[in-house]
Design a protein around this ligand. Structure first.
Ligand code: ADP
Length: 297
């Protein structure tokens, strides 16, 4: 308790954060109130209380609550993704299997073939979804076993680009700034990461639009920037884009699991690299991944 004087009738209460020279934080609750007025001067009494422990507990509770909210959102996103991504291929399998069973003697060879293909394609979709979930879980548990190899980066990316060109009508332009170089990375994680971001650019942009892929390097690191002219991402959703199962609100009509970017982020970070995304709604998106050229450990 402390007592002081003032000419103002005032009431004061505040939580104060104090940091000592060693960086230790203490929280103090201070409260002051007028108790008497003598000759126009108020006598003010006050109390100060160390509330460091209470603050710590509050912070812990808030963290636990935030985590619970996040897990709950993750669960909802997971359920809505799984129910959609499993229901669609399962329905396709069921339809084709029923047609094959009911009309097996009436279908032409090519119709039969189409239904079998439909079944296999749907099974593939489900397997890749399950693989994505498994690899996310693995990277969570830091189970990624990296297999470093030296490879020509231009050649690896160009192989992927050529495959995309065969499959899609978009104009894909791949440019290397500077000379060709080799890097030491896990080839599979690297290739899969680049594949994921190119396939997003292809998926989320209109036919005949342009996709530009730029490979840049300096002596320490190199980056691959994939730029498209597609649907973009609403600005307020960009902060969540690397969360597992998160899909932007304008992506509902496109197939997907919301796992690709979360996985690429984990893989790039496992390879001591980073991923950045810039996007403007209805204008386009640029995803850039950067990796060190040499292994540092
Ligand atoms: P998926 O593609 O399976 O939905 P991703 O994890 O790869 O999942 O991407 C998460 C979300 O980020 C997508 O659903 C989409 O909303 C957004 N996104 C990613 N890449 C792009 C892009 N190139 N253009 C527009 N939106 C994108």
């Amino acid at each position: 308790m402390f007592i002081t004087t003032t000419t103002e009738r005032e009431f004061f209460q505040k939580e104060l954060r104090l940091v000592d020279s060693k960086g230790n934080v203490k929280w103090i609750y201070a409260k002051a109130f007028p108790i008497a007025k003598i000759n126009g001067i108020y006598r003010v009494a006050g109390i100060a209380q160390d509330i460091t422990l209470r603050k710590k507990v509050e912070e812990e509770i808030k963290k636990a609550l935030d985590k619970a909210i996040e897990l709950n959102q993750l669960k909802s996103r997971f359920i809505s993704m799984v129910s959609h991504e499993i229901r669609t291929p399962l329905t396709a399998i069921q339809t084709s299997a029923e047609i094959l069973q009911l009309y097996r003697n009436k279908l032409t060879r090519s119709e039969t073939e189409t239904h079998f293909n439909n079944i296999f394609k749907s099974i593939d979709t489900m397997i890749s979804m399950l693989n994505a979930i498994t690899s996310l879980n693995k990277s969570d548990m830091q189970e990624i076993k990296l297999k470093y190899e030296e490879f020509d980066v231009y050649e690896k990316v160009n192989e992927l680009v050529e495959n995309f060109k065969l499959l899609d009508t978009k104009e894909i332009i791949f440019e290397l700034k500077g000379k060709r170089f080799t890097a030491e990375l896990d080839t599979q994680l690297f290739t899969q990461s680049v594949y994921n971001i190119i396939s997003n650019a292809v998926k989320f942009s209109p036919h005949q639009s342009k996709i530009s892929i730029k490979l840049n390097t300096n002596e320490k690191e190199f980056s691959i920037a994939v730029k498209d002219e597609g649907i973009g991402i609403p600005e307020y959703e960009l902060k969540d884009i690397f969360n597992p199962f998160f899909r932007a609100s304008n992506a509902v009509n496109y197939n997907g699991t919301g796992l690709g970017l979360a996985i690429v982020k984990r893989w790039t970070e496992a390879l001591k690299g980073r991923i950045e995304i810039k996007s403007k709604l209805n204008k386009g998106t640029t995803v850039t991944i950067t990796f060190p050229i040499r292994r540092s450990d």
